[in-house]
Design a protein around this ligand. Structure first.
Ligand code: PRP
Ligand code: ZN
Ligand code: MG
Length: 222
């Protein structure tokens, strides 16, 4: 399937906050998606495209390698990837208006906080080490970034770190873990990305068609 020069490959999140919206957007754009719950790929019946259901963190890699010509991913994931690359080989072609969330630094409810200087010398747990490090550098703060791949909200209770830096959407997770947001680091929503790797001409045309259909859907939602 990957070497098929005529079909586009679109990477979307397999499961998570963006999955249902991503499928919904493609359906609204007229793509008939056939797949079972556990399938990792799906063929689109009425458009020359195949969907790949992957982890959100892998989407920037696939799109910049050109394995997938398009991807739907959060700006947070994209930014974290881009900060580790010299020149990312993809471009954002649409802001999608869903998956809105904010990367925030949070502290235990009871702990005092008097602005960024309170972070000096502290340990901060996050799944976004590059974005956090950039924030710290921009604010001239020396702190230790502790990388965690999940369950970051547990770090203060486990005494892995005094602070966390994680995505906040409704705020329910912070509240459930006795944490409060103290700094906003990055604001994010889902975007459509396209590879910068050269594509076969048939795919360029199909990609333009896909993009104009998606633009059409987005226009009705403005
Ligand atoms: C984010 C974040 C929090 C949660 C916050 O995880 O890591 O755990 O959502 O949402 P809330 O403010 O609505 O409670 P996400 O769903 O992005 O999953 P991931 O970290 O596994 O990618
Ligand atoms: Zn993720
Ligand atoms: Mg999480």
């Amino acid at each position: 399937m990957l070497v098929d020069e005529t079909r586009l490959h679109i990477a979307i999140q397999k499961s998570g906050r963006l999955s249902d919206y991503s499928r919904g957007l493609l359906r609204d754009a007229g793509l008939k998606i056939q797949n079972g719950k556990n399938d990792l790929t799906a063929r689109v019946d009425n458009f020359p495209a195949d969907l790949m259901f992957v982890r959100d963190d892998d989407i920037p890699i696939f799109v910049s390698d050109g394995v997938c010509e398009f991807g739907i991913v959060g700006e947070n994931v994209l930014r974290e990837f881009s900060l580790g690359e010299d020149s990312p080989r993809f471009e954002v072609v649409a802001q999608l208006g869903f998956g809105k969330c904010t990367l925030k630094i949070a502290a235990p409810e009871a702990s005092p906080y008097e602005g960024p200087q309170s972070l000096r010398g502290a340990r901060i747990a996050t799944s976004y080490p590059r974005i956090l490090q950039r924030f710290l550098d921009d604010n001239g703060i020396d702190a230790t970034v502790v990388k965690m791949n999940g369950a970051v909200e547990l770090a203060p209770r486990l005494q892995i770190a005094a602070f966390i830096c994680d995505l906040v959407s409704t705020g329910a997770t912070l509240e459930a873990n006795g944490l409060r947001a103290v700094e906003t680091v990055f604001t994010s929503e889902a975007v459509l990305v396209r590879t910068r790797k050269p594509m076969a001409e048939a795919k360029v045309d199909q990609g333009a068609k896909l993009l104009s259909r998606i633009d059409g859907v987005l226009a009705t939602k403005e």
